[in-house]
Design a protein around this ligand. Structure first.
Ligand code: AGP
Length: 614
């Protein structure tokens, strides 16, 4: 979704704003703009299209000034166009704002303003905000902060806002409700942005604004205020991520880099949670969770998430039922929050979100908490809203994930879920000491095995070059292979724009097989040994209808050669851990298909990295 940034300091603002916007590009956008204050006047440059167009324009015709705000827009109200791009200004051009979020009552507010003679230039919901600020600023005789406070009281919906005024060239004011906003002071000035990567080159000590809070940025300090303007204090949070982790590092795209970072990311997720006991056995030490009686006696666990994180939740259901023998349900956050779920105060709700900012996931978490459930969060972003509001947080330690299509965040979420499932299984007496040792050893070996798969990337690349033109690509599997199929289909559709679906292989004959013809590729995950024979039958059913077939199975399993044209093998692990390995060739396949199609895998059309609106 939209990205916002702001800078006030000792250097020229425009180049710094452009650099920050480039770091926010991954969030998805269709236009970009900046507003800079110079000599107590505001100058705006904004346009439809990529940031590099804006950058080129600013290089040819620079805007001077040491304070400014910037924005990447992901259109919600009004088509992508120069005029609808942010920043928006009041009628006199004395106040400029950028906004991430949606003003739900903007029509009513617009009519109210039009009744007072305000002429609108854009179709956006955002423009109402700047006119209302101006209305209160001119009418009430107070300062800009007072005008903003009055304005925010009228807005329904969500916002992260940054505001500059020609009358206050020494400050930027920012406010948050429902959309992320992070501020920090660096060597050359103060910064504000929607996400951490935009600030990393200036500071790693940041303030995460909470809903209802306002930040006033000066060159060398930031004041934090409450919704009535009262002064607040907040410790900064130190971000461990380094700058390199948010750069491409020689890879053509972030997505490929992030796929290749998975062995390290999974190691980082496992490392702090494994230790040696007195007999030198490796055991799980999940001390951040405190698996007390509420966990061991839980009657039900519920996973709630969106998209890829939801697929991690389905693997969580299979894993917790398999290892810990606890009933588990999985819900899509946007469904959970709007239907009437049955709450039980003994439930444990596990909310999964890479960003920790997904609007529906946050709303689901709040609903569960209000109804007495204990909420456990799995997230990648320290300081995110989810991490601050959940009862317990487990970090995935994947480092920044920039590509819109989630890869390393998914595998590290699944690693954390397996650790939880195994430890809970042990505490509930569902896993013998011997099996526990075997499972922990197998899990510890996964990062190395992931590396072996990545070493075979060329074979997936060749496969993609042969198959990318198929108009339909289906993924099927049973048990742990089913959620992997779902995740693989999502990855492919997100970045290659190919029609892809996932089927539980047993459902094939209940409908989906009607879609199969010679323009179809069916990717079969076959890692559940007890179900090999059933999978062979399913593969025959699709190939006999003309589909091309790729089977992903274990090394040393040779009988799929007789039924499938293409085979990709994985180093063998426990069947129940197969998702951690099987998803990797599917991620690579999606990536290479996207490249073959000439798409931009990091920034797929219509998608945003962090879905902060409902
Ligand atoms: C994954 O490739 C997607 N871009 C998307 O489904 C994502 O997983 C979903 O929006 C949830 O995001 P979150 O993990 O940040 O909550």
């Amino acid at each position: 979704m939209c990205g916002i940034t702001g800078y006030i300091g000792y250097d020229e603002a425009a180049p710094l704003l452009i650099r920050a916007l480039k770091k926010l590009e991954y969030r998805g956008y269709d236009s970009a703009g900046v507003a800079v204050i110079d000599n107590e006047r505001i100058f705006v440059r904004k346009m439809k299209g990529q940031i590099k167009l804006l950058d080129e324009s600013l290089l040819s015709f620079p805007l001077g000034g040491k304070a400014g705000i910037g924005h990447t827009r992901w259109a919600t109200h009004g088509e992508p166009s120069d005029i609808n791009s942010h920043p928006h200004t009041d009628s006199e051009g004395r106040i400029a704002i950028v906004h991430n979020g949606i003003v739900e009552n903007y029509i009513k507010l617009k009519q109210w303003l039009q009744g007072r003679g305000v002429v609108f230039r854009s179709d956006t919901d955002t423009e109402v905000i700047v006119h209302i600020i101006n209305y209160f600023y001119r009418g009430n005789g107070g300062g800009l902060l007072d005008a903003l406070i009055e304005t925010l009281k009228l807005l329904n919906g969500s916002y992260a806002l940054a505001i500059v005024s020609a009358d206050y060239p020494d400050r930027i004011i920012a406010a948050r409700k429902g959309s992320p906003l992070i501020a920090g002071v660096g060597k050359t000035g103060s910064f504000i942005a929607s996400d951490i990567p935009a600030l990393l080159e200036h500071t790693r000590d940041v303030i995460f604004l909470e809903d209802g809070e306002i930040a006033v940025l000066y060159r060398d300090h930031i004041e934090l205020r409450g919704s009535e303007g009262e002064a607040l204090k907040r410790e900064t949070t130190h971000i461990e991520w380094d700058i390199e982790s948010a750069e491409k590092g020689g890879y053509p795209h972030f997505m490929l880099k992030e796929i290749f970072e998975q062995p390290k990311a999974m190691s980082d997720a496992l490392g702090p949670r494994l230790k040696k006991d007195s007999a030198s056995n490796t055991i799980i030490d999940f001390d951040e969770v405190k698996l007390d009686e509420r966990w061991t006696q839980a009657r039900r666990i519920l996973f709630v998430a969106c998209g890829t994180a939801y697929h991690a939740g389905i693997i969580g259901k299979y894993a917790l039922e398999h290892f810990a023998r606890i009933p588990v349900e999985v819900d899509i956050a946007s469904e959970y929050r709007y239907r009437r779920p049955v709450f039980d105060k003994n439930d444990i709700v596990i909310v999964i979100s890479q960003s920790g900012e997904t609007a529906d996931t946050l709303a689901a978490m709040r609903l569960a908490k209000q109804n007495g459930s204990r909420v456990f969060a799995i997230t990648n972003v320290p300081g995110s809203t989810l991490s601050r509001e959940a009862d317990t947080v487990v970090y995935t330690y994947a480092g920044p994930e920039i590509a819109v299509a989630s890869t390393k965040a998914f595998t590290t979420q699944v690693v954390c879920i397996y650790l939880l499932a195994l430890e809970l299984g042990r505490l509930r007496g569902q896993i013998s000491a011997q099996d526990y040792q075997r499972y922990v050893a197998a899990l510890s070996a996964i990062p190395k095995q992931a590396r072996q798969i990545l070493d075979k990337k060329e074979s997936i690349q060749r496969l993609a070059s042969r198959q990318f033109n198929k108009t339909k690509m289906f993924f099927m599997g049973r048990q742990f292979d089913y959620p992997v199929s779902m995740e693989s289909a999502l990855k492919l559709k997100e970045i290659s724009y190919t029609h892809s679906e996932a089927f539980a292989a047993g459902e094939l004959k209940h409908g989906p097989i009607a879609l199969v013809d010679s323009d179809t590729l069916v990717v079969t995950f076959a890692t559940q040994k007890a179900l090999f024979e059933k999978m062979i039958s399913n593969i025959r059913e699709v190939t006999s209808r003309g589909a091309a077939s790729l089977v992903i199975t274990w090394e040393g399993v040779d009988f799929f050669d007789t039924v499938s044209d293409e085979i990709f093998t994985l180093p063998e692990t426990e069947d129940s851990f197969s998702p951690l390995l099987a998803v990797i060739p599917a991620q690579l396949f999606a990536y290479y298909c996207a490249v073959q199609h000439g798409n931009t895998p990091d920034k797929p059309r219509n998608l945003a990295k962090s879905v902060t609106v409902e």
